[in-house]
Design a protein around this ligand. Structure first.
Ligand code: GRF
Length: 193
């Protein structure tokens, strides 16, 4: 059986993309990282993909007349590339119905909080500002909402009194980089359609 072909969607830095790429190479994740899709032409993640020799594509909704046009092009790209599953990793858009319908139960997202607490873009800073005693990381299947959909795994990160926001952020990201490849392996590792 061939290894499943995984795509990562990202819009920014790409540290989770790097962690996933590493796991596909060192044996932790039994899948081929076949594609990076990025909607931001200047995002650092594109350079990281080029350095690793991972194929990438970049286009944005602004290039299309409608959101459906953009989504349809994305779906065609995934089908052309024979992608089995998608890992969202800092992809700053919601996924529309054409993709949800084409990849049911095969699009995952990672979020830096213990959902449903602190959804949205500033999850780590909000947990820090709220004086929470713990935050963490969630990996979930996506649905049409923002940071909603069935939760697959969560890992807690306790706050340390007196720690800076930067320190907490670094610890949350380290947990993301461990948890996401592990969950991807559980959900789709070794299994292709
Ligand atoms: C991560 O914290 C992820 O949980 C969130 O966006 C961030 C992306 O970081 N969805 P990176 O681009 O993978 O470094």
């Amino acid at each position: 059986m061939s290894r499943p072909r995984l795509a990562v969607f990202a819009s920014g830095t790409g540290s989770n993309f790097m962690a996933i790429a590493k796991a596909t190479r060192d044996g932790g994740l039994d899948a081929d990282l076949a594609l990076l899709f990025c909607d931001q032409p200047h995002a650092p993640v594109l350079k990281r993909a080029a350095e690793l020799g991972v194929a990438s594509r970049c286009f944005s909704p602004a290039e299309y007349e409608s959101r459906a046009g953009y989504e349809g092009r994305l779906r065609d790209l995934l089908v052309d590339q024979r992608i089995d599953g998608v890992a969202l990793a800092g992809y700053m858009r919601i996924i529309g119905q054409p993709l949800l319908d084409s990849y049911p139960g095969r699009i995952l997202n990672i979020h830096p909080s213990l959902l449903p607490a602190f959804p949205g873009r500033h999850a780590i800073a909000e947990a820090y500002a709220a004086g929470a005693t713990e935050t963490g990381v969630t990996v979930h299947f996506i649905d049409a909402g923002v940071d909603t959909g069935p939760i697959i795994a969560q890992r807690s990160v306790p706050l340390i009194p007196g720690e800076s926001l930067e320190g907490l952020t670094a610890r949350v990201h380290r947990v993301e980089h461990e948890l996401y490849p592990e969950v991807l392996q559980q959900v789709m590792g070794g299994k292709s359609e």
